[in-house]
Design a protein around this ligand. Sequence first.
Ligand SMILES: C[S@@+](CC[C@H](N)C(=O)[O-])C[C@H]1O[C@@H](n2cnc3c(N)ncnc32)[C@H](O)[C@@H]1O
Length: 214
Amino acid sequence: MERIFDGGVEEAIHKLENPERVKRHDPAVLFSRVGLRRGQVVADLGCGTGFFALPAAKSVGKQGRVLAVDKTPEMLKVLEEKLERVETDNIEVVQADILSTGIEKGTVDVALMANTFHDVRGGSLKEVERILRTSGRLVILDWKKVPTQAGPLLEARLSPEGVTAILKGRRWRIAEQFDMGPTHYVVVARPPTKRYHADRGAMSSGSKLEKLAA
Ligand SMILES: C[S@@+](CC[C@H](N)C(=O)[O-])C[C@H]1O[C@@H](n2cnc3c(N)ncnc32)[C@H](O)[C@@H]1O
């Protein structure tokens, strides 16, 4: 992510707020496709200015909750300003690192990483495993590793095969993988079983796999 801030955080915010983004990856289409349901708890990890968090709050309804996690205060300030303007009381803004969110163990139905996994990679999975319910899912949406006008540097991106290799390296199970338009893909995965955790104790970071996947 630091790379996207090369132009400064203001420029990064400007890009995230571009209304044209909805044509690239419409949150409503994503949430319908992955079956986000009323009453669910979503952790939007690397939520930025809330492009996905706000529609997620609508999808899960009043009985559900969205935990909007980001480490960049400037991003969260924009999200908080939006929250003052809309009537939404089911979004909790959490300023934290994805590697250590402080979210209660085993409470999240859907962890979302939109345009963020290529930055945090396999090192983030231990925390995602901690916060997800055993029935939970991780939804990764990210830039394809092909030249595009916008988006992170090509060498900073991961292909969907690279993402699935990292996940499988930690015994995640791939539920589905699909394209979202010409620039993005989605990988949905289920966490390793408890039995695997018990057998293995602390799992490796998957860093070797990441080198292979890069
Ligand atoms: C490209 S932006 C995507 C924002 C949002 N998901 C979207 O698609 O509109 C990536 C976001 O992830 C955040 N981020 C990157 N690494 C992070 C980390 N380790 N912990 C928390 N937030 C992180 C950045 O601050 C930034 O807001």
